[in-house]
Every structure is written in structure tokens, then in C-alpha cells.
Design a protein around this ligand. Structure first.
Ligand code: G1P
Length: 407
């Protein structure tokens, strides 16, 4: 009887103990899954979601991954942390007007021209020699003085962000083996700039992608830079000129490149006139209008938009008012054209340098040859190897030389 009575008292404790066991197991499982998640996205410690209205009935869910929040001790101090606070409105306006804090990188495209590679690897992670195109863009943005890269990604392309995470285990392993140079390559993307992801749920066009980035901007940012990761504009530095032009004329500034009349149908094309004033060392034009991918006969010029934009914040309002354009997509060009028609000043810096289009194999291969030849490790061997390949090809295809001689 005594044991039965004790059993009664014990029973609930057993139940409690069993429940505790289940709870502890469940939470340790959850912790383990969380750890698994964190291994996949090494630096992601919190996620924020928000939604906002974009043109017509379209809605875009944006998910921000503020990469190092809560892990500042582990991360090398970023320039955001070390920036002195602005203490007056004028200072703040000055900084926002001249400087670029955020660079938006639309990277949600499907990469169809790179299939089958892009079945599993986002095209932005394909390397130029050994460095993914998106890291080259991050370098250019950091060089401009930007603090944050807002990368617009598709839901199935979140692994682009992994490239900007910390890889402590790999780095330690490399350092333990005396591979300092490789360890430095591993940490470079993480140290360059703060990368934040914004998700574009559906591929509704470049204009829509840029619109998705608006919630990630700070209230005092009155301009935003956009860099298309497909475009390498060389030598680096055209954005600095664009910042100077915006300081002089206000409004928005784009980068123009001269192409042949047969190529204009691939681009946004500018209708230009002389700028109000010259700016030393910068070829600048005022834009009267802009049209997305016109037929050769309808193109207003052969000056086309390359992937560098310095846009006034007013662009988000214009993006909210345009209708789907070329290809049924919301085009950034159409928003800029709307702004021009409403009196917003738009200028272009005419770039006379080089441009590589990493968006298709036809441009990606020459970019690799160009960067490869200039690489101190691979260049010396690549040069004779290329000459040999060319000589062999010319012997097999004498018609290419004849065609070249005919001009
Ligand atoms: C986009 C723009 C186009 C611009 C081009 C530059 O086109 O819509 O105006 O000239 O980038 O690369 P996409 O190449 O995405 O078709």
C-alpha cells in the first residue's frame, strides 16, 4: 500500500521527467537544425521580412539578411561601425548628396545563356580567372566608398550570399597549412563590404528588381548606385566621375558607351545633347530621352547604357508608376525616361574605356583571357599558350585570316 501511494506521487514526476526529456530532445534537435542552417549561411544571424507596393498589383516580398548583426566581435570591424556619426543636417545632406552609401546589385536572373552550368551555380559566381564576377563588383563598390551591397536575388539563388559569409574553418585550415595567400582570398569578400540580400520573388524585370531594394535603404540616402554584375566597366572609376557629375548637376547620372548601329537593339539607348557646362576630365552629356532596346532604325543614337547607374531616390516613385515595357517587363529605362519627361535632370558620363559582358559565354571568355593575361601567376604561361592555339586555329581555318584582311 505504501509503495502504491509512493507510486502515485512518483507517477506525475515520471510523466514530467518524460515530458522534460521530450522537450530537451526537441530543443536540442531544433538547435542542431539551427546550427545546420548557420553552417549553410555562416554569418546569417537574423532575418527580417517586409513587403511593399510596386507598380500596379505586383507585390514584392523582400527578405533582408543583415549579415553580421550580433556577431560584430567575430567580424573584422566594418567601415559602417567605424564611421563617425554625422552631427548636423548639412553634413548629413552633403554626405548623402556626394557619397554613395549603398550599391544595388540585381542578381536574380536565371542565367539561361550559361546553361548547363547555371543549373547549380548562379552565373554571378562564375569566376573571372579565380574570382566570381560578383566579388569584382563588390571590389568596385568598396573602391567607390560604398558600405553596403544590396544584392537582389531570386528565391532559388540565395547561395550567392554565402560567398560573402565567413569561412573561419576553411581559413584556419589554410593558415595551419601555411597557405596565407589562399586564406586571404577566402576572407576577402567578407571583409570588402557588408552584403545584404533582398529577394525578388518573380523575374519581373530590371526595374522591378531595383524597386525591391528600396526598403533596404536608409531614410537619409537620397541617391542609390546600381551596378549590373554582368558588366565589367574598365578601368574601374567611372562611378567616381558619375558622382562628380551628380554633384555638379544633381538628378541622376548614367554611364554611356558607344556601340555600332547593329548592336543598339541589345541596350537602353540615349538621346543626348551637350551638357550645360564642361567638367574637367569627364565627357558628359545631358540626356533628352531614353529608349529600351530599340530597332536600329529607331535608335536615337549609338550611345547605350552600360551597367552603372547613379539614381536619385525619386526613381522608386517613377518605378511605381510605369507599366510593363519591352519584353513585358518593368524596365529601369522606362522609369528613367518618365523622370526625364517630368523634368528630372539626367546626364551620362561617356566611357571611352573597355567593357566586358559577363552575361553570356561570348563576353565571358574574352574577359577571362583579358584578366588571365594580366594575372601575374597565369599570364606568362597563358600568352604563349594562346598564341599556339591561335596559330593552330588559323592553320585549320585560313578563311578567318582572309576575312580579317578584307576588313
Ligand atoms: C539591361 C538594361 C539596358 C542596358 C543593359 C546594359 O539590359 O535594361 O538598358 O543597356 O542592361 O548591360 P539587359 O542586358 O539586362 O537585357
Amino acid at each position: 500500500g505504501l509503495y502504491a501511494a509512493i507510486g502515485w506521487f512518483k507517477a506525475p514526476k515520471c510523466v514530467i521527467a518524460a515530458m522534460e526529456y521530450v522537450t530537451i530532445s526537441a530543443s536540442s534537435w531544433a538547435l542542431r537544425s539551427d546550427m545546420r542552417f548557420k553552417e549553410l549561411l555562416p554569418s546569417a544571424t537574423s532575418r527580417r521580412s517586409w513587403s511593399f507596393s510596386v507598380p500596379g498589383s505586383l507585390r514584392c516580398m523582400a527578405t533582408g539578411i543583415p549579415f553580421w548583426s550580433g556577431r560584430k566581435a567575430e567580424k573584422p570591424q566594418s567601415r559602417v561601425d567605424s564611421m563617425p556619426m554625422r552631427n548636423s543636417k548639412e553634413e548629413s545632406q552633403q554626405a548623402a548628396h556626394g557619397g554613395v552609401r549603398t550599391v544595388v546589385v540585381p542578381a536574380a536572373g536565371m542565367g539561361t545563356r550559361f546553361l548547363p552550368a547555371t543549373k547549380t551555380v548562379p552565373k554571378e559566381l562564375l569566376p573571372v580567372v579565380d574570382t566570381p564576377g560578383i566579388e569584382l563588383i563588390a571590389e568596385e563598390a568598396a573602391d567607390l566608398g560604398a558600405e553596403r551591397l544590396v544584392i537582389v536575388v531570386a528565391p532559388q539563388k540565395q547561395e550567392i550570399m554565402d560567398h560573402f559569409g565567413e569561412f573561419n574553418v576553411l581559413q584556419k585550415r589554410l593558415l595551419n597549412r601555411g597557405k596565407e595567400e589562399q586564406a586571404e582570398k577566402v576572407s576577402r569578400a567578407n571583409e570588402l563590404i557588408d552584403a545584404v540580400a533582398v529577394t525578388q520573388e518573380s523575374p519581373l524585370g530590371l526595374g522591378h528588381a531595383v524597386g525591391c531594394a528600396e526598403p533596404a535603404l536608409d531614410a537619409e540616402e537620397d541617391a542609390v548606385a546600381v551596378m549590373l554584375p554582368d558588366d565589367l566597366v574598365l578601368p574601374i572609376g567611372v562611378m567616381d566621375k558619375m558622382v562628380r557629375v551628380r554633384e555638379e548637376f544633381g538628378g541622376s547620372v548614367l554611364c554611356a558607351f558607344n556601340v555600332t548601329p547593329d548592336e543598339v537593339y541589345n541596350y537602353g539607348v540615349f538621346d543626348v545633347e551637350d551638357a550645360e557646362r564642361d567638367i574637367e576630365g569627364v565627357e558628359v552629356k545631358k540626356v533628352r530621352g531614353m529608349v529600351e532596346k530599340p530597332a536600329k532604325e529607331e535608335a536615337p543614337s549609338t550611345l547605350v547604357a552600360t551597367g552603372r547607374y547613379l539614381l536619385d531616390r525619386a526613381v522608386f516613385d517613377a518605378l511605381g508608376r510605369i507599366e510593363p515595357g519591352k519584353g513585358g517587363e518593368l524596365q529601369l529605362t522606362d522609369a528613367i525616361e518618365l523622370m526625364i519627361q517630368e523634368g528630372h535632370p539626367v546626364h551620362v558620363v561617356v566611357h571611352r574605356g573597355k567593357r566586358h559582358d559577363l552575361g553570356n559565354p561570348g563576353g565571358y571568355i574574352p574577359a577571362n583571357v583579358d584578366f588571365g593575361l594580366r594575372d601575374e601567376k597565369y599570364g606568362p604561361a597563358l600568352y604563349p599558350a594562346l598564341k599556339e592555339i591561335l596559330a593552330e586555329f588559323e592553320a585549320e581555318h585560313p578563311e578567318v585570316l582572309e576575312r580579317e584582311q578584307q576588313g
